[in-house]
Design a protein around this ligand. Structure first.
Ligand code: SF4
Length: 445
């Protein structure tokens, strides 16, 4: 049974040292009781206390790691149903499927395409995390060789999918020491695959759309294989989303440990656009891993963008350093655009300028990471704060025209800003997408 905050508090050092990130031991205990913190965050807890508390205070959903030759992907250990309740912790692993019936050239091309699925968005690199090798050939030797090639060429952690436990064993062991792929056997091969997972310490996926049967299987495997992933199998999207939602709720709300594992879902649509929608839906609710069978960059980018948006911590505004940025190699007669230091605002402007190859400067005003309209409504993006930034970053030394372009959404501050700063204030477009045509057609130094 789950412990109360007070029961946990009794075992803590009670020094209120704050090293766990909370102001008091009691506050930390309450978070642990709610399943939102782990005991490891308290470095001064005694071993006896840790032992006494660990079973009862374990997170409601297990953390599972899939290890590749160059790194690992950790999924699960989520603590809330809704991102705004706290944050989501471990982003959904996005995997691309590779069939072992591909010829050598096709396989090489598929691996290169997977490696190329990395994008730069809002100042961050986003990329696929895993490759899922599927044993369509029913040939253990072929499966083993393809898994090795995919591992070497993509350097990603692998998911191995086969109905043959022998093929899983050979392929997993062929990846080398320290590499721990996720084994996905068919139901008939589960028992033998579980033995392999136990011996090799591999994470294991249990596939069953029937929740009672799934819970029974996880209870049976639990003592030997703790790194479990659960999967509803290939079903229609509504059924998969229902499965993902029910198991998440059972684990987090009912503390039902038999379903407290990250879930894997397959985007089965053959049309890449539909597969991207399917996979994005699973990322939103509540897959730990999604497997896609496409390498179309635009389709994968849609899924990665969904993931990036959902797994951004809502408690920490994503922001860029407030300063005067140069885009391209601007001269002193190129435009000076004003925006806030909210990442999405800054990178929307920066992206449009870069894509249109327009040299310019962007002054990112410190609004504590809030967007233009939010900052204006909160009185953080006003004539005083903008003037302070213009002066602080010595914008008058960078440009000689003494003109600034403000976002069209805050046209209302233009007169006040002109009075406060002494700069000529031009009202730009409301959306960043209008900036290139504005500069080409309306800007004059
Ligand atoms: S780190 Fe441990 S001892 Fe320090 S405040 Fe947190 S719970 Fe208390």
């Amino acid at each position: 049974m789950a412990l109360t905050g007070l029961a946990i508090f009794k075992h803590l050092p009670k020094t209120n040292c704050k090293e766990c990130g909370f102001p008091t031991c009691l506050a930390f205990a309450m978070k642990v009781a709610a399943g939102q913190e782990g005991l490891d965050s308290c470095p001064t807890m005694t071993d006896e206390a840790r032992e006494a508390l660990s079973a009862a205070s374990a997170p409601p959903q297990r953390l599972v790691k899939i290890v590749g030759p160059k790194g690992e992907v950790a999924v699960g250990q989520e603590t809330v149903m809704f991102r705004h309740d706290e944050t989501f912790h471990n982003p959904t692993g996005v995997a691309i499927q590779v069939s072992d019936v591909l010829g050598d050239e096709e396989l090489k091309a598929r691996c290169q395409a997977i490696k190329g699925l990395t994008f730069h968005r809002v100042g961050t690199d986003i990329a696929v995390d895993l490759a899922a090798v599927k044993n369509d050939s029913s040939d253990a030797a072929k499966f083993t060789a393809v898994a090795k090639t995919v591992s070497e060429q993509t350097e990603l952690p692998l998911i191995l999918i086969s109905a043959d436990a022998t093929a899983l064993k050979q392929a997993a062991e062929g990846l080398g020491d320290g590499v721990k792929p996720l084994l996905v056997p068919s139901n008939g091969a589960l028992e033998a695959a579980a033995e392999l997972a136990k011996a090799g310490k591999y994470p294991l996926c249990v596939t069953n759309g029937d929740l009672e049967a799934l819970a029974a299987a996880s209870e049976k495997l639990g003592p030997d294989v703790s790194d479990l992933v659960i999967c509803p199998g290939e079903q229609e999207s509504p059924k998969v989303i229902e499965f993902l939602t029910v198991v998440r709720r059972a684990a987090l709300k009912k503390k039902y440990r038999s379903l407290g594992f990250p879930a894997l879902a397959f985007a089965t649509e053959s049309d890449p656009a539909k597969a991207a929608i399917q996979a994005s839906s699973y990322v939103a609710k509540y897959a730990g891993i999604v497997v896609l069978d496409t390498v179309e960059p635009w389709a994968v980018l849609a899924v990665l963008t969904t993931r990036q948006n959902i797994y951004t911590d809502p408690r920490k505004p994503v922001q860029v350093e407030p300063k005067l940025y140069e885009i391209g190699s601007p001269s002193d007669s190129d435009p000076l655009l004003i925006t806030t230091n909210f990442s999405l605002s800054y990178y929307s402007v920066e992206g449009e300028l870069t894509a249109a190859r327009l040299p310019a400067r962007i002054l990112a005003v410190d609004t504590e990471g809030t967007s233009v309209l939010t900052a204006w409504a909160a009185d953080k993006f006003n004539p005083e704060t903008i003037t302070k930034a213009l002066n602080g970053f010595e914008a008058d030394k960078a440009v000689k025209h003494h003109k600034v372009v403000i976002p069209g959404h805050v046209a209302v501050i233009s007169a006040g800003l002109a009075d406060e700063s002494g700069w000529e204030v031009l009202v730009g477009p409301k959306e960043a997408s209008g900036i290139p045509s504005y500069i080409k057609n309306d800007w004059k130094a």
